[in-house]
Design a protein around this ligand. Structure first.
Ligand SMILES: Cc1cc2nc3c(=O)[nH]c(=O)nc-3n(C[C@H](O)[C@H](O)[C@H](O)COP(=O)(O)OP(=O)(O)OC[C@H]3O[C@@H](n4cnc5c(N)ncnc54)[C@H](O)[C@@H]3O)c2cc1C
Length: 578
């Protein structure tokens, strides 16, 4: 069958790429104003990765212990290792409470305290129990509630459509072109505003907690359009990934009282974070774990340690963590009620992404010049809220709060702006990508290239990093990019052509991984999740700066002139101890 090169056409006020928490929340806000808004999503909305979130969503409600906005702000700043922009953090913690009550009013079934308030559990790096939760299916209930609200407000859904190109003309975004996965062929979504809400991109790594769809497609499209990415070297490794699989056992396990033990049966966190122990932030716990493993104190000298939940008892585990228990049972055949669970660090969250300002407008330089009509929110964006390291439960909050902000900014923009006409050749780019893969005669397999990338990313730019490894990785990626030019696919059909969209995704992984590695080589200090064994100290004098990175013909261009926004009198940088 031959796909239709002319494609199909849709005219809209706004198009949103991604149906996770950020995309849905934005769409709802726009739909409520009566505008025509469509969500284009490669996976069915309720299968977006937001639905996998278990632990909770942060807000300083103070329902179970004293809390304040100032404390939430301080914890987030300290957690970010002083790279988070403090104006964004201040806005975020202020909005967080409103966001939770708004979600509650929409129908989210939060778990309750005895006296009927929203219950809150402790999480790493937060000094007060701040995570509002619904047992261990928090993301699931948030996603389903928002999806229902979007359907009710007549958001148009284009499910299983994969965006292949981003349309920008005269520095104004005016749509996207997406492949219809079910039927084949392209659709043009012509709109006054485009929101990129494509989520995380942990699939660049072999061991990751991220869904298969988390391949950073929109990041590659940003680079392709000559726009920059920000702080890409900051990748969070979560300490409790299921051994060998990377699948996440939520931090709620430790929030509820789980321990980590090494091969000698010791609670090793005592030696790394005496006060907070297992509830130190993720970067600290992951490094401690990896150090135990590297120094031969893994279980039986191997590359894993234990998450021990047995002392909590079956009632608490079944009540608070039923899904987590099932994950360990299904993937390792280990029942956490009776046995400790083998775990290892897993690539989990991306602090970097598409640079955007407090209104979620995408920016194209350190001065903050905006690309008109282009917005980014959720994990794909970098507003620099999380700086060098994100605290658990701040991310669902980020997606929900800045999803709403994006919806408000876009509503205002589309009310005032005309639609920019499409270029005559607006389909060429997308058609070119499909033709290259379908009609190419090359012999390379995209799956082999992907595996090699993932294996080397985990090995060479993981929890601990050093220059020698990263230079090696840089040349490996260059080689893989060359090989990718010779990829062709076997499936020439239109319907559910997974060969096609997986190949496209591998190309995207290669593009932004290169940027991650270049940023990590250039940043000669250790901050947050970026730990260099050859530069083990944080260097505030030289490096309290964001990284902007462009892809040019001559390779990656870096710029460090984007300053971190700090309130020196309120939150002077201090050493991060827990
Ligand atoms: C296992 C796990 C547990 C987590 N637990 C928590 C937690 O307890 N608390 C917390 O705060 N955070 C948690 N996080 C992080 C948090 O869930 C995410 O950061 C957040 O949900 C991201 O939301 P999002 O809307 O940005 O993206 P997502 O929910 O990932 O949605 C991305 C969307 O983009 C679409 N998309 C992507 N590429 C394309 C394309 N090319 N074309 C069309 N559509 C595309 C996908 O179809 C999808 O709908 C967890 C993450 C993981 C992986």
């Amino acid at each position: 069958m031959k796909f239709n090169k002319e494609g199909r056409y849709h005219k809209l006020d706004a198009v949103i790429v991604g149906a996770g928490l950020a995309g849905l929340r934005a769409a709802l806000e726009i739909a409520k104003t009566g505008k025509r808004v469509a969500i284009v999503t490669k996976v069915y909305p309720t299968r977006s990765h937001s639905g996998a979130a278990q632990g909770g969503i942060a807000a300083a409600l103070g329902n179970v212990a004293d809390d304040s906005l100032e404390m939430h702000m301080f914890d987030t700043i300290k957690g970010s290792d002083y790279l988070g922009d403090q104006d964004i953090i201040e806005f975020f913690v202020n909005e967080a409470r409103k966001t939770v009550y708004e979600l509650e009013n929409m129908g989210v079934p939060f778990s309750r305290t005895e006296d009927g308030k929203i219950n809150q559990r402790p999480f790493g790096g937060h000094q007060s129990p701040r995570a509002c939760f619904s047992a261990d299916i928090t993301g699931h209930v948030l996603l389903h509630t928002l999806y229902e609200q979007c359907v009710r407000h007549k958001v148009l859904f284009f499910n299983e459509f994969q965006v292949f190109s981003l349309l920008i003309k005269n520095n104004i975004a005016n749509g996207v072109v997406a492949w219809d996965i079910r039927h084949g062929g392209f659709h043009t979504f012509h709109a006054k505003a485009v929101l990129l809400a494509t989520g995380g991109y942990g699939r660049a790594f072999e061991i990751t907690s991220n869904a298969h769809a988390n391949t950073g497609d929109s990041l590659a499209l940003i680079l392709e359009n000559g726009l920059p990415l920000e702080d890409m070297e900051f990748v969070q490794f979560h300490p409790t990934g299921v051994y060998k699989h990377g699948i996440l056992l939520s931090e709620a396990c430790r929030g509820e009282g789980g321990y980590l033990t090494n091969g000698k049966g010791e609670r090793f966190m005592e030696n790394y974070a005496k006060d907070k122990m297992e509830l130190a932030p993720r970067d600290v716990v992951s490094r401690s774990e990896q150090t135990e493993i590297n120094q031969g104190r893994g279980i039986d000298g191997k590359d894993y340690v234990y998450l021990d939940m047995r002392h909590l008892g079956s009632k608490k585990i079944l009540d608070r963590l039923p899904q987590v228990r099932e994950l360990a049972l299904n993937y390792l055949k280990v029942d956490m009620i009776t046995d400790p669970v083998p775990i290892q660090p897993t690539a989990h969250y991306s602090m970097g992404g598409i640079p955007a300002n407090i209104n979620t407008e995408v920016i194209l330089d350190a001065k903050g010049t905006v690309v008109r009509g282009l917005y980014a929110a959720g994990e794909a964006a970098c507003l620099s809220l999380h700086g060098g390291n994100r605290l658990g439960t701040n991310s669902l909050q980020d997606a929900a709060t800045f999803g709403r902000v994006a919806g408000q900014s876009i509503s205002k923009f589309i009310a005032e702006s005309p639609i920019e006409e499409l270029s005559q050749n607006h389909l060429d780019n997308a058609n070119g990508k499909v033709s290259a893969l379908r009609d190419g005669k090359g012999k390379e397999r995209h799956s082999e290239i992907r595996e090699e990338l993932q294996k080397n990313m985990t090995k060479l730019v993981g929890v601990f990093r050093k220059e020698e490894d990263m230079l090696k990785l840089k040349s490996i990626i260059k080689g893989l990019q060359e090989r990718f030019k010779d990829v062709s696919i076997d499936d020439k059909g239109d319907v559910y052509n997974m060969d096609l969209f997986e190949a496209f995704e591998v190309g995207n992984l290669l593009e932004f991984s290169e940027v991650m590695v270049e940023g990590a080589i250039a940043r000669k200090e250790s901050r947050g999740a970026h730990f260099r064994t050859d530069f083990p100290k944080r260097d505030d004098e030289k490096w309290m700066k964001h990284t902007l990175a462009w892809k040019t013909k001559d390779g990656v261009k870096l710029d460090f002139s984007k300053e971190v926004v700090t309130y020196m009198d309120r939150f002077p940088p201090i050493e991060r101890k827990y």
